[in-house]
Write a protein that binds this ligand. Structure first.
Ligand code: URA
Length: 261
């Protein structure tokens, strides 16, 4: 199959965008850069985009994990702490999709598809992540909830509008479509409430549900398709392809390496 078709089939980008990605020199086949979108490849070839391996739907795996506190969400840890990777028995090389702080619990995904991980984290895809926070100094006022909804200015800039619900005087449910470092904790601190505990309960269409702490499960093909479907914006809005380029990167430009795989 043509390389551009292979990348489109693997969910990396549309066929046309995949051609541009190839011509920009971001793709290797078996370790060698390939600039020709018509180059023939099979599933036996090792294909990377921006140095991240691309899997076809057939050999792509994604696990949902309920991360307990005290587990780091990196591939390895120089301090020898347990990692999310150690919670899944798999012979495959797996990468966490983004990070949760060591004391944050809840839903985190692992995949063998680095390109998929990158895509799910990219701000232009606006994948919603929902957190439940228990905070100090209750009650959280309605004006604080409104401020969090509209966006607050943190030291790395203003936050985008968020969905925020007060579940109890000391409990908030916050849905973000961006993922900056310690974002929920910093947002809550900004309105005067340090976070006592934080749990991620949803990632895009996936819910944490009844998965026990430390347990994992492999996503079904239907769940995978739902995860990679373009964002829809409520009734009547229809499906919308991501349009806004990432902060600091023009559309189509080669991205900088991220610290998260
Ligand atoms: N926001 C935080 O503050 N911490 C996390 O782990 C995730 C989101």
């Amino acid at each position: 199959m043509r390389l551009a078709k292979f990348l489109a089939g693997a969910g990396v980008a549309s066929r046309r965008a995949a051609e541009e990605i190839i011509r920009a020199g971001r793709v290797t086949v078996d370790g060698a850069e390939v600039l020709d979108p018509a180059r023939d490849v099979t599933e036996a070839n090792a294909v990377t985009v921006d140095e991240r391996p691309v899997s076809t739907e057939r050999d792509r795996v994604v696990y949902a994990i309920n991360k307990p506190a005290g587990v780091v969400s990196t591939v390895s840890d120089p301090q020898g702490r347990p990692t999310v990777i150690s919670l899944v028995r798999s012979p495959l090389r797996l990468y966490p999709v983004g990070r949760l702080d060591i004391d944050t619990t809840g839903l985190i995904l692992l995949t063998n598809d680095g390109a998929l991980a990158h895509r799910l984290l990219h701000p232009s895809f606006e994948v919603a992540r929902t957190y439940r926070a228990r905070v100090w100094k209750p009650p959280v006022s309605q004006s604080s909830v409104m401020a969090l909804r509209l966006g607050v200015t943190l030291d790395d800039g203003p936050t985008a509008p968020a969905e925020v619900r007060r579940l109890a005087p000391d409990r908030l449910e916050i849905t973000l479509r961006e993922g900056r470092k310690r974002q929920v904790k910093r947002m809550c601190e900004h309105v005067g409430h340090r976070v006592r505990s934080l749990e991620r309960v949803a990632f895009g269409p996936l819910q944490l549900g009844t998965l026990a702490p430390g347990a994992s499960r492999r996503l079904s093909n239907a769940e995978l398709r739902a995860l990679t479907r373009p964002v829809s914006r409520g009734p009547g809005a229809g499906h919308r392809a991501p349009s806004r380029p990432a902060r600091g990167r023009p559309a189509g430009a080669k991205p900088r390496r991220r610290s998260t795989p």
